[in-house]
Design a protein around this ligand. Structure first.
Ligand code: PLP
Length: 463
């Protein structure tokens, strides 16, 4: 029998103009409305490296990188060839009653970056990796409590959501996992108090918090590790966003010389193409979970360790090493931070620039001058955090830069570009931010007219 050839690129061309209509009908209609309202419905056609191209061929610099998955950029040829080579090799993928060669190779290569670890557990996403860590910690310690940080983000499945501190995500979904409680980030006194009950299985922390780009004090992570050791609690570093070069080191914890009990990776390991998560831990912990032959499959999931995901991980690590992307993240990050910090004295709405490598937060806040105060207050009383949209929308529409506001009600814009960005891209970012921030200091002006439209929308929504 002759099969029709399924040409997905042809399918894309034929139907792309209907994407909004299809999503309105069959998928998330609210997202379509959001994109239309803020003018982001430009119909992206193509992505290569750190750039995106819309329907009209305009080029955008992507500072969102698919929420951090495109560390090596979009559609990297090495990754593409690795994935093709898996498909062309007719491998015996997911036999289940076999052990995967590619998983062995990826585990070996990941562990080279954390030589104090011995074992890897592979999952299919960040949240799934977090779930595994929570289960492993309870099982290995025989304790029930999990401690996390205020403002922490660890994912949206029930376990991960139970340790994610955001009422916007938690509200309306019923009861969460018992035994989970939080302490303030950077508060070692509160942490010690919570750990001293000796009931806590694990303390889970993002070395730099993704929501808000909150930085740890220099003492926090080493101090937290010491306290965990003192009270028999496992220290889990959630590096799902910060790991794999993002902060200018392979792992963010290297900035503070911390050796945790578990390291969680996902996002960038996928090369942006095949979802994968990895939990790195010590043999002494791993062996408590997989402790007998009849428990060899006590935790896992059907697609874990699939060949395409393993190949994506292997290719991603190879590209990072070959292109020295960790070093590039450190250099470009320093360039961008220096440029943005230099703008603070000139702009009263710009308060702080912080971060490490290519994980940068740009924080805005209330103005001092009366001239700007009235406009700021109207905007903020309609919807806290709306001001950042006055920056991100013109950045997108006029400067062709894609960014995100870092969390609900936040005044911080997050820069999370592919680690491949160049010095010229850094200059593009600098010039664009300067132009848009300068415009935001002009009242009346185009930016505050946009503010009025957003306030009207917010008021209409709440009416
Ligand atoms: N942990 C951290 C620190 C994250 O930033 C994220 C995602 O943003 C997750 C966990 C959840 O990952 P996923 O969205 O792949 O489930």
């Amino acid at each position: 029998m002759l099969y029709p050839n399924i040409d997905v690129s042809e399918m894309f061309v034929e139907r792309e103009a209907q994407r909004g209509a299809m999503h309105t009908r069959h998928l998330n209609e609210q997202l379509v409305r959001v994109l239309k309202t803020i003018g982001y419905d430009v119909g992206f056609q193509r992505g290569t490296g750190q750039y995106l191209f819309d329907r009209d061929g305009a080029r955008y610099l992507d500072l969102l990188s698919g929420f951090g998955v495109f560390a090596i950029g979009r559609n990297h040829p090495v990754l593409r060839n690795a994935l093709k080579s898996v498909l062309d090799a007719d491998l015996a993928n997911l036999v289940q009653m076999d052990v995967s060669t590619l998983a062995g190779i990826l585990a070996e290569r990941l562990l080279e970056h954390a030589p104090y670890m011995d074992k890897v557990f592979f999952a299919n996403s960040g949240a799934e990796t977090v779930e595994a860590a929570m289960k492993f910690a309870r099982n290995a310690t025989g304790r029930n409590e999990i401690l996390y940080c205020d403002h922490g983000y660890h994912g949206l499945s029930y376990g991960a959501l139970s340790i994610t501190d955001d009422s916007n995500f938690r509200g309306g979904f019923g009861s969460l996992l018992p035994g989970c409680s939080s302490v303030p980030f950077n508060d070692l006194v509160a942490l010690e108090k919570a750990l001293s009950t000796r009931q806590v299985a694990a303390f889970i922390v993002e070395p730099i918090q993704g929501k808000g780009v909150n930085m740890p004090s220099d003492e926090f992570l080493p101090g937290a590790l010491a306290l965990c050791r003192k009270y028999g609690t496992l220290f889990i570093a959630d590096e799902i966003q910060t790991g794999l070069g993002r902060t200018g080191k392979f792992l963010a914890i290297e900035h503070w010389n911390v050796e945790p009990d578990m390291i969680l990776l996902a996002k960038a390991l996928s090369g942006g193409h095949v979802p994968v998560g990895a939990l790195l831990t010590r043999k002494s912990i791993f062996d408590k979970i997989f402790n007998r032959m009849d428990r060899s499959l006590v935790h896992g999931s059907t697609f874990g360790k699939n060949d395409l995901a393993m190949a994506a991980g292997i290719a991603t690590l190879e590209v990072m090493k070959h292109e020295r992307l960790v070093e590039n993240a450190a250099q470009r990050g320093a360039q961008i931070q220096l440029a943005l910090k230099g703008m603070i004295p000139g702009f009263e709405l710009l308060k702080e620039v912080r971060g490490k490598g290519l994980m940068i937060g740009v924080e805005f806040g209330p103005p001092k001058s009366l001239r700007l105060k009235a406009s700021w207050n109207i905007l903020e009383s309609a919807n806290k955090g709306l001001f950042c949209q006055l920056i991100t929308v013109p950045l997108f529409k006029e400067q062709k830069i894609l960014t995100q506001v870092s969390g609900h009600g936040s005044h911080t814009i997050k820069l999370l570009p592919p680690l491949t960005i160049t010095e010229e891209d850094g200059t593009w970012i600098e010039n664009s931010f300067r132009t848009v921030i300068a415009d935001s200091h002009r009242v009346p002006g185009a930016i505050w007219s946009l503010g009025k439209t957003l306030v009207d929308n917010a008021v209409r929504k709440s009416a």
